[in-house]
Ligand binder design. Sequence first.
Ligand code: UDX
Length: 438
Amino acid sequence: MRLTVIGTGYLGVTHAACMAELGHEVLGVDVDPDKLAALRSGEVPFHEPGLPELLARHTASGRLRFTDSYAEAAAFGEVHFVCVGTPQRQGSDAADLRQVDAAFALLARRASPGALVVGKSTVPVGTAERLAQTHADSVEIAWNPEFLREGFAVRDTLRPDRLVLGVRSARAEDLLRTVYEPLIAAGTPVVTADFPTAELVKTAANAFLATKISFINAMAEVCEATGADVSVLAEAIGHDDRIGRKFLRAGAGFGGGCLPKDIRAFAHRADELGVSLGFLREVDAINMRRRDRIVELARELCAGTVLGRRVAVLGAAFKPDSDDIRDSPALNVAARLRLDGAEVTVYDPQAMDNARKAYPLLGYALSAQEAVRGADVVLHLTEWPQFRELDPDQLRSLVRQPRMVDGRGVLDGAAWAAAGWDFRALGRPRPGGEGRDQ
Ligand code: UDX
């Protein structure tokens, strides 16, 4: 089929390349000339395993092309996927829908009769209905939310857990089933739904995941007050398969371009609808308190003040296997410590360029070893596998004071303590210590 993908951000590039991989002719559309130039030369403007190979293969074969022309896209596509961003609105928790509205308006005006315009962006419930009414005379609309995780975006698109098709006609459903035919043939479950349900599947899934993380982080707070160990607690409750072990890693909490803004937008939308989702505000508050706790622990370890102290921060990306620093707990903590007068040096295996651009006043090092040199305290804030391999003895010879805060709960505290480190982890007792003062 001939498909267009509007918006070449994270979701758009992944969707476009994966649809080409499924055998479709795909035209990607964006207004940013720099992005288009990079994509045309096969360059992915962010870190995503497997995506550069797909992009190179399909731009070379001509099955995947890019344009800045809506007129060309409208003339080309039988099905158009809208994959533009829905960031948090400035000064409000609500989602900013300007890019979505503009994409639908630009396409609807030009699309050929019978074209299907499919929203994939995460939007407040009610958006699809509003767009369908606005553009009723020109195009048919469907909603087909995405669920991809950064770092696994290609896998999540080519082997999704489920496909959710928010459709109003058998024809729209048939078209989408044809687009995804190879995935459906491979056994991917398909859930068809009305518009509000399809929109809600995405927001509800993200709200549930965020709640799970904040739940275990709230338990970490209780563990800190009682000397209990949140990692053992998570393992034990996770054996109950109604609870499950996934998304129960306590630590610095969630960040990124989705969970934080999506739960805020969801709570905001619920208020508009007269439904209280106040618990999502608590989920957000617990998440932010974990960052406060790390700042507080760094201060405690430096005898009450970080003023003039050297702080090494291991990690800048909001999670490993990503160079995305949006709402990153690591950089948020780093920036706050710098404001408190610390000299902060950051190292991340992938996110250095993005971090430097967004936080030019922080110090940067080219390796973990260089970052910790002369440090008074080291903070481990993104769980890159290579940080787990760090040798506590070697690092001890580089720092000024062997003090480590494990903000991700994955380092072997006993080994670090045995190498002479004052080791603290969120929600876990001090190795060999009395626990309660954590
Ligand atoms: C998320 C959803 O998982 C995905 O389905 C949706 O489409 C977009 O938002 P993503 O933002 O890529 O994906 O990251 P995810 O892997 O969900 O992690 C989110 C954050 O939670 C990260 O900062 C991660 O470090 C943190 N996290 C995750 C925890 O703190 N503990 C956990 O147990 C799991």
